[in-house]
Write a protein that binds this ligand. Structure first.
Ligand SMILES: [Zn+2]
Length: 375
């Protein structure tokens, strides 16, 4: 079974790549073949907390949408998918297409599927509002992708699916989640209720496929539940992806990507390679090594301009007015901020760049938890 997952408008590329990594791990030896198609779309990271109430309100199919302009219609997304299926990629009609999108839909559903049950969209922006911030949103999103795969096999059309959604709060993946926050309960229990199991059995869906989906639900559940229970020390792995794109990933978290900017990658990589005390103001002495790292990290642009900006960051500018001192500490604190979003509190001290102002800096991580596949 081939399933095509497309990066639609306003979907962050790191998020998309992380999900594709996770699915590679989950379905390595499976009869299900997930293909991921990235595109050039950028993400819209603006947080609209003031619209929180609106964001968390779902409008059922039988209700009229009375707030216009709050999102795209379902048909809009199905039209997008139609274009991808028929003109961009030429998928067969029996292949499921899952379109991830940063655009809101006017009913505020997590996602929906067309009548033919071969095209569905999933909203990627809503999850940060629902999940506790120590749950990376790739996990609920991956759960939804799997949810749509299994739903596409269980029902003949979207009406039948809607008629069988559970509207009394349950812990089954078919719970409608009228209160969007309830999604967290579904993923944490990872249950499929008896009614749904019956249907799966009656539909004669391949046992291999069902097993793979069950097992993956279970894996995702362990990622969502507090990671500290499962893993004490995750590994930082640096590797090259397509287009020589260098990424910092954490294999124990399903190859989750740490979303560093290029300069942050360069400086963190430098500190991981150098297991020693270094003053931020002495980084200029390591100019050549830092340049070499930055050339690997920043392949998209010509080297000259880019290296000039690295020199500025290190305080090597010829311009008397600008000494770059502040920039390097900003980069450092941004690196640490990113890491803190991902790695549990209990062990974060091993991963961040430590060092008081004007004092030596260092990452104290035991380097057995650092894999450099590029070196
Ligand atoms: Zn159920």
């Amino acid at each position: 079974m081939k399933i095509n997952v497309i990066q639609g408008k306003f979907v962050d590329e790191n998020l998309f790549l992380s999900i594709s990594n996770l699915f590679k791990l989950l379905f390595e030896k499976s009869s299900m073949n997930f293909e991921f198609y990235s595109s050039e779309f950028y993400s819209d990271n603006s947080d609209d907390d003031d619209q929180r109430d609106l964001i968390l309100k779902k409008i059922k199919l039988e209700e009229n949408i009375d707030v216009s302009g709050q999102g795209q219609s379902f048909q809009y997304f199905f039209d997008e998918i139609y274009r991808y299926r028929n003109y961009t990629y030429h998928f067969n009609n029996d292949e499921l297409v899952i379109y991830l999108t940063g655009e809101k839909n006017d009913r505020n559903f997590f996602g929906w599927i067309n009548d033919e049950m071969n095209s569905c969209f999933i909203n990627t922006t809503i999850w940060k509002q629902i999940y506790n911030k120590d749950v990376d949103i790739i996990y609920p999103l991956s759960y939804e992708i799997l949810g749509w795969v299994i739903r596409s096999l269980m029902f003949n059309n979207s009406i039948e699916l809607y008629d069988n959604a559970h509207f009394n709060e349950t812990t089954c993946f078919m719970d409608f989640c009228e209160n969007l926050k309830k999604h967290e309960i579904k993923t944490k229990t990872g249950e499929i209720c008896n009614e749904c199991i019956d249907r799966i059995n009656k539909r004669g869906i391949s046992k291999l496929i069902i097993n793979d989906i069950y097992n993956s639900f279970e894996k995702i559940r362990t990622y969502i539940l507090n990671r500290e229970i499962y893993i004490t020390n995750p590994t930082i792995k640096i590797q090259k992806f397509i287009n020589d794109n260098i990424q910092f990933t954490i294999p124990e978290y399903g190859d989750l990507i740490i979303p560093f900017e290029p300069k942050q990658k360069t400086i963190y990589w430098f500190f991981l390679r150098n297991d020693t005390d270094i003053l931020l103001s002495s980084l200029k002495k390591y100019r050549e090594e830092i340049h070499n790292i930055h050339k690997l990290v920043n392949v998209r642009y010509g080297p000259d301009k880019v290296l000039e900006s690295v020199d500025l960051m290190l305080g090597l500018s010829k311009d008397k007015v600008y000494d770059g001192k502040n920039e390097i500490s900003t980069v450092k604190s941004k690196i640490n901020g990113r890491l803190k979003e991902i790695i549990p509190n209990k062990i974060i001290d091993h991963y961040i760049i430590q060092g008081e102002k004007m004092m030596p800096n260092r990452v104290i991580l035991n380097r057995q938890f650092f894999t450099d596949l590029v070196q």
